[in-house]
Design a protein around this ligand. Structure first.
Ligand SMILES: Cc1cc2nc3c(=O)[nH]c(=O)nc-3n(C[C@H](O)[C@H](O)[C@H](O)COP(=O)(O)OP(=O)(O)OC[C@H]3O[C@@H](n4cnc5c(N)ncnc54)[C@H](O)[C@@H]3O)c2cc1C
Length: 477
């Protein structure tokens, strides 16, 4: 026998990993070589991010410690994975390489190339489930045998599809001796450590991820966790699960997340499971319609005319639009690498339908800043809000009024005051529209509009009308 290779990508765990289970079986006594290959085409690709690369390195360190505790070690490579894996096959005599199947066009092309190179070196690449909850996304089809483009019917079939068995973490692992390579630093990868810093990141790694998911499901977190989810998930000051970063890196198995919330039960359970279904929905959108990674799903909206306004874009990025809820959300993103889901919809609507800027600008900025930045969910969320994507609804139904959103989802102003401290002294009633304060009220609040806090950069009611005209112009054609 020869050792088997486990090619890690964004499935950075040892629990519930079909690719690892298969590698253990095929490696037998010769063990498993777990390899992570730093691929510059991804690290410095169109969605390069110092923050996510920094968090990736921390997650990998935690994974290596996990392997070490179980008796193995991770191997590191830097370069084209096809070449690097073929070399390891050559050096070790491995005949099998196992990996978790991914859905994006980039990943699939990479895996095709790698498969050829690995085969030429004398081994075979096997792809396994583990990225999505559904074991077989392709099997989730309409009655006419087509992929779903609307979420609700997708989620109904998805919820009924039989799940694969959860796989427990192995109790021991063995990695043969060999050239492990070195884990690069952030600087080695071309990033400045200062650019990777965020406030209060989730503790990296699968031990932390699984623990956090368990605490969340059992309601043991200060936020109340799953038990409060049904009532509070849209409230901006409340804490949703914050599992997205773990799910993005695969340090938490999505199937385990689903199991934990189903076992916990209660009113939040079905709602939360439905949110997890959105993740699978968007993975499936990338799998079935890979062109949507760069193109509007709705053909008619490919003709939309977007504005080019660097000043407005910068104000949006900096959280200086003059709309408190938009600014609070962008500052939360800039400080922490996270943003509440409702806030993501509000700021995405503001960018596309108030500022009339291309959704791709927002998509790219989110990918730059978010720790959970994920091509499928992010592209899906942006196209959903811009009304250009799957799960279509008339564009005017997805125009968020920032003032009303703030009144409804942050009525006491906790979220806004947390992230826009210059508005701390503004009374609750005036907080959604601080520009309407009289000079006396501004003096009392200790906040002069146009000085301490910006004037609104646009008038929402007016821009709403312009957005309708823009969308109508291309809808008719
Ligand atoms: C414009 C926009 C961009 C987004 N970009 C991303 C992104 O880059 N990465 C990302 O993981 N999510 C993205 N989302 C989806 C959602 O906002 C986040 O998953 C969620 O806020 C993460 O916080 P949480 O884990 O506390 O969520 P919870 O509310 O606790 O939900 C639990 C899990 O369900 C999944 N989920 C929930 N809502 C969605 C959704 N709308 N789409 C897909 N999955 C969902 C996530 O895996 C999440 O971790 C985006 C949404 C919008 C509107």
């Amino acid at each position: 026998m020869a050792p088997a290779i486990l090619w890690y990508r964004r499935d950075l765990r040892v629990h519930d990993l079909p690719a690892l289970q298969a590698a253990i079986e095929s490696g037998g006594d010769d063990g498993v070589i777990p390899v992570f290959c730093f691929d510059d085409r991804l690290i410095h690709g169109r969605f390069a991010s110092a923050r996510r690369t920094g968090y990736l390195l921390e997650t990998l360190k935690a994974l290596d410690e996990r392997w070490h505790d179980l008796g193995g070690r991770l191997w590191w490579r830097h370069g084209d994975p096809s070449k690097e894996l073929a070399k390891i096959v050559d050096d070790t005599g491995a005949t099998e390489v196992h990996a978790t199947e991914d859905v994006t066009a980039f990943a699939r092309a990479r895996d095709d190339r790698a498969s050829n190179a690995i085969e030429a070196a004398g081994a075979t690449l096997h792809l396994h489930p583990g990225l999505a909850i559904a074991a077989d996304l392709d099997a989730i089809q309409t009655q006419g045998g087509k992929p779903h483009i609307v979420f609700t019917p997708f989620s109904k079939v998805w919820a009924q599809q039989e799940r694969r068995q959860l796989i427990k973490a192995p109790t021991s692992l063995h990695t043969p001796r060999g050239n492990r390579g070195d884990l690069p630093t952030l600087a080695d990868l071309g990033f400045d450590a200062a650019d990777a810093k965020v406030e209060d990141p989730p503790e990296p790694g699968e031990i932390a991820g699984v623990h956090h998911a368990g605490q969340w499901a059992d309601g043991k977190l200060a936020s109340g966790g799953l038990a409060k989810y049904e009532d509070l998930r849209s409230d901006l000051p409340s804490q949703t699960s914050r599992l997205s970063t773990y799910l993005h890196y695969g340090s938490l198995s999505p199937l385990l997340a689903e199991r934990l919330v189903l076992d916990a039960g209660g009113p939040g359970s079905a709602t939360f499971r439905n949110e997890l279904a959105w993740r699978d929905f968007y993975l499936n959108v990338q799998r079935q319609f890979p062109h949507t990674a760069t193109t509007e799903f709705q053909e008619k909206y490919r003709a939309l005319k977007w504005e080019h306004d660097d000043e407005a874009l910068q104000a949006w990025k900096d959280g200086k639009t003059g709309y408190p809820v938009v600014d609070a959300a962008m500052r939360q993103l800039n400080a922490t690498g996270f943003m509440h889901n409702r806030a993501r919809m509000v700021v995405a609507s503001f960018l596309t339908k108030d500022l009339h800027l291309n959704w791709r600008e927002g998509e790219a900025y989110f990918m730059h800043q978010l720790l959970d930045g994920d091509l499928a969910s992010n592209n899906g969320g942006w196209q959903w809000t811009a009304s250009t994507g799957t799960d279509p609804a008339p564009y005017f139904r997805r125009m968020f009024n920032p003032t009303l959103q703030q009144k409804k989802f942050d009525p006491k102003g906790e979220y806004v005051r947390r992230w826009c401290p210059e508005l701390a002294g503004v009374p609750d009633k005036l907080l959604p529209e601080p520009w309407k304060m009289t000079p006396e009220q501004q003096a009392d609040a200790g906040c002069v509009i146009g000085d301490d806090y910006p004037e609104p950069i646009v008038d929402h009611a007016e821009e709403r009308g312009h957005a309708v005209e823009r969308y109508q112009a291309v809808s008719a054609g």
